[in-house]
Design a protein around this ligand. Structure first.
Ligand code: PBG
Length: 323
């Protein structure tokens, strides 16, 4: 049956019908807020390319977490800027490292906030790569050993979930096995499963002080031209025990989110990364775009593509708008 019997505009004529037939929603429950923890006390230093986001010392991170919990955001993901960097990223798996201290302080003061940790070495190595360098490249298996230590130390400090973002082969099964062997079989793993070698991480590398000092990450992060490879990466991580699989970045890879959700039907996270955030902020600051509407439209596109969870620097803004 077609026109004039069918008129698509009927359901669009009032806010009530639009609400009733709306297929996707932004919900505070879906949001994960990334935070950057730095050494010191009383520090809250804005990240210039990410307005409204800061590097905060442990005490100020706790304050940020109280606000995040009050807004109803269920979870945060923590990134650390250590006191010292070295070739093997020692502070990443030190019991009193910056992240380990932050986790205990948050768990003590804001116990109901769910704490996820990013497991990677790039913030902790002096060369800025995500692992141990052997012959000018990141050595897979040596790196995995350190990622296992890092995961265990985060969980011992009280982390609720670990999220390895390094893109080494086989790290999920090694981390899973080590967690299980240490009575942490209840701790889930969110795998950065399809993580692309993207220019959209630029502002993050300023925030986390983690830009590689030589070369780039093409020998471990994925080629933006590939999609079947993403499906294979996801299949492997699920096989190795991942509970949630992540696609990163989000907006340039909505097709990947869609495929992962439809082919596997598992919980899918999408990382609305720093560059995606910075573009909107910059355009809005120039008066070229309506920030709130563009933000909601972009994040809805991520939901529509099939993501269940969204890691986003907009989490607080959205939570406020939804209140
Ligand atoms: C660590 C890591 C990165 C991001 C999250 N975890 C940077 C990178 O891989 O270079 C990027 C997040 C963002 O851009 O918001 N490996």
């Amino acid at each position: 049956m077609s026109f004039p019997i069918n008129r698509m505009r009927r359901m669009r004529t009032s806010e009530a019908t639009r609400r009733m037939v709306r297929e996707n929603h932004l919900r505070v429950d879906d949001l994960i807020m990334p935070l950057f923890v730095c050494p010191g006390q009383g520090i809250k230093k804005e990240i210039s390319s990410m307005p409204g986001n800061h590097q905060t010392s442990v005490d100020m991170t706790v304050e940020a977490c109280k606000e995040i919990a009050d807004l109803g955001i269920p979870a945060i993901i923590l990134f650390g800027i250590p006191d010292h960097k070295d070739a093997r990223g020692t502070e990443a798996y030190h019991d009193h490292g910056i992240i380990q201290r932050a986790i205990s302080a948050i768990k003590e003061n804001v116990p109901d906030l769910y704490v996820i940790t990013d497991v990677c070495l790039c913030e902790y190595t002096d060369h800025g790569h995500c692992g141990v360098i052997v012959d000018n490249d990141v050595h897979n298996d040596e790196t995995v050993k350190l990622l296992v230590k890092e995961s265990l130390s985060h969980v011992r400090a009280g982390a609720d979930m670990v999220a390895p973002s390094d893109m080494m082969d086989g790290r999920i099964v090694e981390i899973r096995t080590a967690l299980d062997a240490n009575s942490f079989d209840h701790i889930p793993i969110m795998a950065y499963a399809a993580k692309y070698c993207s220019a959209f991480y630029g502002p993050f590398r300023e925030a986390a002080e983690s830009a590689p000092q030589f070369g780039d990450r093409r020998s471990y992060q994925m080629d933006p031209a590939n999609s079947n490879e993403a499906i294979r990466e996801v299949a492997l991580d699920l096989d190795e025990g991942a509970d949630i699989v992540m696609v990163k970045p989000a907006l340039p890879y909505l097709d990947i989110i869609y495929r992962v959700k439809s082919e596997f039907g598992v919980p899918v996270a999408a990382y609305n990364v720093s560059g995606e955030f910075a573009m909107v902020k910059a355009a809005a600051a120039n008066g070229w775009l309506d920030e709130d509407r563009v933000r909601d439209e972009l994040l809805l596109s991520i939901k529509r593509a099939g993501a269940d969870l969204i890691l986003t620097y907009f989490a607080r803004d959205i939570a406020r708008a939804l209140k």
